[in-house]
Design a protein around this ligand. Structure first.
Ligand code: PFF
Length: 473
């Protein structure tokens, strides 16, 4: 009998690159600086780091343990551990909820990644325009005034042809890579994209340090102003930490399944958390000096990257070239994350429907693409459609924001809560401890965080997310 080839990473480095690629994404470069900017900088960063260390990292380890032990997709891995622990396989629900979350995240993630792709195109044409005009070091978007540049985003949101073309290209790339398999597709993409990403991140940060207001950015990010803190900010920081580390969305469980038995999981989980947080902070150090030096508002919100930065690039030396590198960097980050989101669903579909990887990737990817089309259209012609309009917190949100909100407020916390209770209380302790590779004080501390602190903290995100009026101000 011919043995079926078991898929897996070819080395520990490959796993780390792929997992860091899954974690580092739009959340780090787009959301984190946005939230830090809106919530007073240093105080937010401090709380964020506490959330990563005390709640995010223990959960990352729990998820990778479930995956490596189960050796299958998130649902079937969780089910295997539940059965071996002699508890109801209902506990495997967190795998199913996570897979649903991955599916839904990718629908809008791909649309936002499409905006990034559009800006890559804008800056390519701008850069070549600058080259042919004989001044390669010209600032970006010179044919547009400072007032006109922000209108680009509004115009993009009105243009379904561009929105849908970019979404299509992005989903096509994601599906094509996942369809090639773990080693030939996902791992190869990560080994090219992630090192390039890191080089770009360092280069643009150095550029910002020279031409922008680096000192102001450093003091903004590292001087905590505690008057800015309230329960809402803490809640937001914890939610962002989970999203950024890809907790609760099946991706880490799925990637964990391809890790060889000899790999020590705890140091690997720590590296993922460390790299993800480091990139988020570096993204702040890359973006804020540029935003400050152009005299723009750091609290601009979600338009910070798409509107404020292009304005800033206009007045900076070689702005069109650096702008191009900047959007390529975000594009790479988004692509490695979307690959992990699709893989989380595809791994499950292959097992569930006993079909080939290619069929699962194109089938699942196709459905996600279609829901993504609805997200894109909700920016314009479907902006008044309310898919969960009966539910107070979603009464005013369009399709895209509703899916985003539903995942962030319901699915991710629910998946994380069941995971942490399962690992902390229900799963066979011997199996889990052996898989973790921890012992002594470290093991006891991880067990304490998993059994006590995480369930409480994640329950609070869930409660305050669903009933925002309960938040103490
Ligand atoms: N962590 C990614 C980001 O910060 O953009 C988003 C993400 C990827 C969430 C993969 C969940 C996931 F499974």
């Amino acid at each position: 009998m011919v043995a079926v080839k078991q898929e897996g990473w070819s080395s520990r480095t490959a796993f780390i690159l792929a997992a860091v690629g899954a974690a580092v994404g739009l959340g780090n470069i787009w959301r984190f600086p946005t939230l830090a900017g809106e919530n007073g900088g240093g105080a937010f960063v401090l709380i964020y780091i506490a959330c990563v260390v005390l709640i995010g990292l223990p959960l990352v380890l729990s998820e990778v343990i479930v995956g490596r032990h189960g050796g299958s997709d998130a649902y079937h891995s969780a089910e295997k551990l539940a059965k071996e622990s002699n508890v109801s396989s209902g506990w495997a629900a967190f795998g199913g909820v996570g897979i649903s979350a991955a599916f839904l995240i990718l629908t809008f993630y791909s649309v936002v990644a499409g905006w990034v792709l559009y800006y890559v195109g804008v800056f390519i044409s701008d850069f070549f325009g600058a080259l042919t005009s004989g001044d390669p070091f010209a600032g970006a978007l010179l044919n547009e005034t400072k007032e006109e540049i922000p209108q680009r985003m509004g115009a993009l949101f009105e243009n379904n042809f561009i929105l849908l073309s970019m979404h299509t290209i992005f989903m096509f790339l994601t599906i094509a890579i996942v369809a090639r398999g773990v080693t030939d597709g996902i791992e190869k993409a990560a080994t090219y994209l992630m090192p390039t990403f890191f080089i770009l991140l360092i280069l643009i940060t150095i550029y910002g340090a020279f031409v922008g207001e680096f000192g102001r950015a450093v003091s903004f990010l590292f001087t905590p102003d505690f008057s800015k803190l309230n329960a809402g900010v803490v809640n937001e920081a914890l939610g962002q930490a989970l999203f950024s580390m890809s907790v609760g969305s099946a991706a880490l469980i799925t990637y964990g399944a391809y890790v060889p038995k000899e790999t020590k999981l705890a140091p690997t989980a720590a590296m993922i958390a460390f790299a993800d947080t480091g990139v988020a902070i570096m993204a702040g150090l890359m973006i804020f000096p540029i935003v400050f030096s152009a005299g723009l508002d750091v609290a601009a919100g979600p338009t910070l990257v798409f509107q404020s930065l292009p304005i800033a690039f206009q007045s900076m030396p070689a702005g069109s070239f650096v702008g191009l590198l900047f959007f390529v960097l975000i594009f790479f980050a988004a692509l490695t994350s979307s690959i992990s989101l699709l893989e989380a669903v595809v791994a499950w579909a292959i097992k569930k429907f006993q079909c080939s990887r290619a069929m699962a990737a194109w089938g699942v990817g196709g459905v996600i693409f279609l829901v993504g089309v609805a997200c894109a259209l909700s920016l314009n012609i479907w902006s008044e459609l309310r898919i969960l309009g009966f539910w107070g917190i979603f009464a005013e949100t369009n399709i895209m924001d509703t899916i985003d909100g539903f995942v962030g407020k319901v699915l991710l916390p629910v998946a994380a809560l069941i995971t942490t209770i399962f690992i902390g209380w229900k799963a066979d302790k011997k199996l889990v401890d052996a898989e973790s590779g921890l012992n002594g004080g470290k093991l006891a501390f991880w067990r304490f965080l998993t059994a006590w602190l995480s369930p409480i903290a994640v329950s609070l995100i869930l409660i305050f997310g669903l009933f925002p009026s309960l938040l103490p101000s």
